[in-house]
Write a protein that binds this ligand. Sequence first.
Ligand code: HEM
Length: 493
Amino acid sequence: MAALGITVALLAWVAILLLVSIWKQVHSSWNLPPGPFPLPIIGNIYQLDLKNIPKSFTRLAERFGPVFTLYLGSRRTVVLHGYEAVREALLDRRNDFSGRGEIAVFHAHKDRGIIFNNGPTWKDVRRFSLTNLRDYGMGKRGNEERIQREAPYLLEALRKTQGQPFDPTFVIGCAPCNVIADILFRKHFNYNDKKCLRLMSLFNENFYLLSTPWLQFYNNFPSYLYYLPGSHRKVMKNVSEIKDYVAEIVKEHHQLLDPGCPQDLTDSLLVEMEKEKHSTEPLYTSDGITVTLADLFFAGTETTSTTLRYGLLILMKYPEIEEKLHEEIDRVIGPSRIPAIKDRLEMPYMDAVVHEIQRFINLVPSNLPHEAVQDTTFRGYVIPKGTVVIPTLDSLLFDEKEFPDPEKFNPGHFLNENGKFKYSDYFKPFSTGKRVCVGEGLARMELFLFLSAILQHFNLKPLVDPKDIDLSPMTIGFGNIPPHYKLCVIPRS
Ligand code: HEM
C-alpha cells in the first residue's frame, strides 16, 4: 500500500513538473528570439553535443541566426553569436545584460565576490577591487616590476630541469600564481612549496572538470543532481578547500591589520570592513572578502598559466615561429636584460604571436554566462529579466572574414603587410563591457613578459616530431583545456 502511495505521489510530481515546464516554455516563448523546440525538463540539452557545446552553438546559429533561444534544462537562455550581436549586447546594451548567470557548482561563491556575484554588491566590490588592484600596480609600472621580479625565479626553476623532460603545468603556473599572490596577500611561494602545488592542482583540476560533459550537464540540473555522486562533488570540495585557505589568510591579516597602512588587497578590503563595522547592511563581510580574494586568486592563476602552457606547445609545433621569436628577442632585448613592456613596441612579431595564441586557444569559448537584469527589447525581441545570456567569444575569435583560415595558427592574423602589429576589434578573449575580465591588463603583461623571458633563455624541445604534436584540446566546455605533454628546455647559452 505504502509503495503504491509513493509511486502515485512520484508520478503526480513528475506530471506537475512536466505541466509547469510546458506552461513556462509556451507562455514565455512569446516574442523571444527563435530557437529549436524544447522538451519538458531537459529543454534543448538533447540537441547539444555535451563534448563540444560551443560547436553546437555555432551549428544552431547557422540555423536560427545570430540571436537564438535555447532551454538548458528549464533555464531560458539566449545565445549571441558573431561580432555584431555580441558587441551590441555587451557594449551598446552594457547595463541590460550585466548580470551573472548562475554556475551551480560555485554555490559557495554565489552573490558574493566578483565572478559569480549576481547580487547588489557586485558593482561596488568589482569597482573597489579594480581601483585597489590598480593602486597595487595593476596596469601601471607596479605590475611590470612585479612580473620582472618573478621572471628570474621562473627561469631558475626551468634551468633546474637540466634539459630533462618535464610536465610544465606547475613550473609555469607558479609564475602567475606568485604575481597574483603578491598583489592579494603579499605572499611569495617557492616553486616546490607543497601548499602552492596543492592550490595549483585544485585550480587546475577544477578548470578541467568544469569543462567536462558531466559538469555541463550538472550545471543545468543542479536540483536533480545535487545528491548524486559525480565529479561535481569534487569541484565543490576543491572550491571549499581553496576558500578555507583564503579564509585563513584573511584571519591572519585581520589580526595584524594596521588600518593606516594597508599593504595588499586583503588589507584594503579589511579596512573597508572595519569602517562599516556598525552598519546593518555591510557591503564587506569576512565571507565576502574571502570570496573576492579566492575569485581573483584562481582566475588570476589558472587562465594565464593555461595560456602560457598551451602557447609553449604551439611554439613546439611551429619551430620556424619560435626561431623568428628568438631572432626578434636577440635583436631588441639581447641575451641578459629582463624583458620590459616598452619592448613590445619594437617586437611586433612577439606581440602578434601572443595575440594569436590567445585567439587560437580560445580559452573561454562561450564566455561566462551573463543574465538580463531587466526585461529588455533587443533586435525587436523581448528578453525577459532573469534570462541567461551567452555572448559567445569563439564566434569573434574564429570569424572567417576577420581571421582567414581561422583554424590555422597564424601570427599573420595580427600583422600587416609591413610586418607591423595589426589590431583587431574581434580580439575579445577577455570579453568586453561591464563584466570584462578584471585581470586583462595584468594577464597581457604576464603573457608578453614571461614568454619573452623563457624564449630569451631557452630553446623548446618537444619529445616527438613537431608534425606529430596534436594541438586539439583535451576537453572543450567551460574552457578549452590543453592536452597533457612534456618538453625539454635547453639553455641557449
Ligand atoms: C589569459 C588570461 C585570462 C583570460 C582569457 C580571462 C578571461 C575572462 C573572461 C572571458 C571573463 C568573463 C567576462 C564576462 O563575463 O563577460 C573573465 C572574468 C573575470 N576575470 Fe579573467 N581572464 C584572464 C585572466 C584573469 C586574471 C589575471 C584575473 C585576476 C587578476 C582575472 C580575473 C577575472 C575576474 C575577477 C572576472 C569576473 C569579472 C566580473 O564578473 O565582473 N582574469 N575573465
